[in-house]
Every structure is written in structure tokens, then in C-alpha cells.
Design a protein around this ligand. Structure first.
Ligand code: 13P
Ligand code: SF4
Length: 302
């Protein structure tokens, strides 16, 4: 049944010249039918140079928006309407305008996991892999980092020369992992290396052998000589690594590391999106223009 639907999707996307992007937190059966898989910004970059003018994003809303911002002339469809990232929606543009009044001398750095509307109020974007390097290159030493206080704290620790102002925000899934989860898993697997996403709290990242984005974690584990790893990010990454590296052992840091919104997209949703379903991403020309500025600034500095 799954295989039949996958075949039908592969046939349809070819007939209709539609490209499918799948974030690496999507279910394996969706990643299998995608043209590209990976982290959110990389997917949007790959879509730019892709020949097709219609793209389906299997992920959450801000990822589809980023794709549209980078490819404004393409039709970008979010495979399942209503899949959002709670962190991206934590801060409104109005609240950010208030914060900017409180910190008028600060450069506003936005994690890519933000809405396009919020990006219109920001100076520069970062991804989890580029955050430290980009903040280092910003000439102003005063930075207001939004919305993830854990990624922001990780950046601040690497860049003591910067004065980084954080707000109360973050990923409810990664931030729920506790230090006791680390101690439990390390006790069960004393030889394993601990690889952690910087959206986790500092009491967790401080124990890590490597802190990095989802693609950073995958690359580290694949290249490493070590045989056992505790994976401190969404559970799909541990599952995917186990699949591609059968000679190594991967243990999720917590069984609760599941992003429900990432898991809402199903193969039937992708099939429907190929047939006119899903949500087409539309933004006003003003939002498109302003939100693009902080992405371009990231590309200049990155
Ligand atoms: P990456 O950019 O590391 O893929 O992160 C996306 C995300 O949503 C992390 O929770
Ligand atoms: Fe958002 Fe966290 Fe889910 Fe990533 S894992 S999409 S940051 S809620």
C-alpha cells in the first residue's frame, strides 16, 4: 500500500514537473519520494537552482515561506496546511517592534525558524549551523537574538566579546530535554558520543561532544570513527542514521524528542498536494521584499 502510493506520487510529480522537498524530520516514507532532503535552508537553496517552477515543501510553514522568499517566481506549496513551528510563531512583529524600542542600539538577529512577517523587522537571519559565524562577523557588538534563547545562549558562550540580549523563546521539543536524560543515557551507553542540537538547554549542551544543526549532526556521525552515539535532536535523525549506518549504534537522547507538527504530513497529503491540495504560500510584495533583506544579509556574511 505504502509502496503503491509512493509509485503513484513519483509518477505524478514527474508528469507534472513538480519538485518535492522533505525536511530531515519528516517520516522516512516521505523522505524516500522527495527530490531533496535536508535542513530547511538547504532545501530552499536547492529549490532555487531546480528546473521545476512548482515546489512542494514537506515540513512546517516557515520552511515553505523561506523557500518562497528565495524563489519568488515559483509556486510553493506547503504539503499540509496548518503545520507550523511553535517557536517561529512565539513572537509577533508588534512585540518585536516594542523590543527594538527597548534596545535601539542592538542589531536584530533572527533564527531562520521565524515567520516572514517577523523577518521584516530583523537585520540578519541565521541558521543553527551559521549562527556563531554570522554573529561573529556582525560589526556591532550589541545583538538582540530572537526567538530561541538556547541557540542564542550557545552563540553567546562562543562569542564572549559580544553583548547578546536574549528573550524567553525556544523550541518546546528540544528545550524539554533535561540534564537527567543526558546522565541516564550516558550511564546506559558510556562509550557513546553525545551529539546535540543547539536548541537544547545549556545544561544539556554542556555535556555534548558535538553541538550542531541536524545536518551537522548527521555529517559528524557519518564521518566519525566512533561506533555509538546518543542523538540529541528530533528522533528521525537517530532513526535515519541507524538506517544509513547499520554498523553503528544510535540512541535517541529522549523518547519525547518528536516534533508533532513535522510528523503531521502523510503520504496521502503529498498525493493531495500534487493534485491541487496543500497550502500555496502567498505574501504581499512588501513582506517579500523586506523579509528577503535579512536573508540576503545572511548570505553576504555566511
Ligand atoms: P535545522 O535547521 O538544524 O534542520 O533545524 C530545523 C529545526 O526545526 C530544528 O528543530
Ligand atoms: Fe519547530 Fe522545534 Fe519542531 Fe523544529 S523541532 S520545527 S524548532 S517545534
Amino acid at each position: 500500500m505504502v509502496k503503491d502510493l509512493q509509485q503513484e506520487i513519483l509518477k505524478l510529480k514527474k508528469e507534472k514537473n513538480i519538485t518535492i522537498l522533505a525536511h530531515s524530520y519528516q517520516a522516512e516514507e516521505i523522505q524516500e519520494i522527495a527530490d531533496y532532503t535536508g535542513d530547511s535552508f538547504r532545501l530552499s537553496e536547492l529549490a532555487v537552482s531546480d528546473k521545476n517552477s512548482t515546489v512542494i515543501m514537506c515540513g512546517v510553514h516557515f520552511m515553505a515561506e523561506t523557500c518562497k522568499l528565495l524563489s519568488p517566481d515559483k509556486k510553493v506549496i506547503l504539503a499540509k496546511e496548518g503545520c507550523g513551528c511553535p517557536m517561529a510563531e512565539q513572537l509577533s512583529a508588534d512585540e518585536l517592534r516594542q523590543l527594538k524600542k527597548m534596545y535601539p542600539e542592538h542589531t536584530v538577529v533572527a533564527y531562520i525558524n521565524t515567520t516572514a512577517e517577523l523577518k521584516t523587522e530583523c537585520d540578519v537571519c541565521v541558521t543553527s549551523s551559521s549562527a556563531v559565524e554570522i554573529c561573529r562577523k556582525i560589526e556591532n557588538n550589541k545583538i538582540l537574538f530572537i526567538p530561541d534563547c538556547n541557540l542564542g545562549a550557545f552563540v553567546a558562550e562562543q562569542l564572549p566579546e559580544k553583548e547578546i540580549k536574549l528573550i524567553q523563546g525556544g523550541c518546546p521539543i528540544h528545550a524539554a530535554v533535561r540534564e537527567k536524560d543526558v546522565l541516564n543515557e550516558k550511564e546506559k551507553h558510556p562509550q557513546a558520543l553525545l551529539l546535540v542540537h543547539p536548541e537544547c538547554v545549556p545544561s544539556v549542551t554542556k555535556h555534548a561532544d558535538y553541538v550542531g544543526s541536524t545536518s551537522g549532526i548527521v555529517n559528524f556521525a557519518m564521518k566519525s570513527e566512533a561506533k555509538e552515539f546518543i542523538i540529541g535532536t528530533e528522533i528521525s535523525i537517530a532513526e535515519h542514521l541507524q538506517y544509513v549506518c547499520p554498523d553503528k549504534e544510535f540512541y535517541p537522547l529522549s523518547k519525547h524528542l518528536i516534533c508533532p507538527n513535522m510528523k503531521r504530513t502523510t503520504l496521502p497529503d503529498v498525493y493531495k498536494a500534487l493534485n491541487g491540495g496543500g497550502l500555496e504560500i502567498e505574501m504581499s510584495p512588501e513582506v517579500m521584499k523586506k523579509a528577503r533583506v535579512c536573508i540576503d544579509r545572511m548570505l553576504e556574511l555566511g
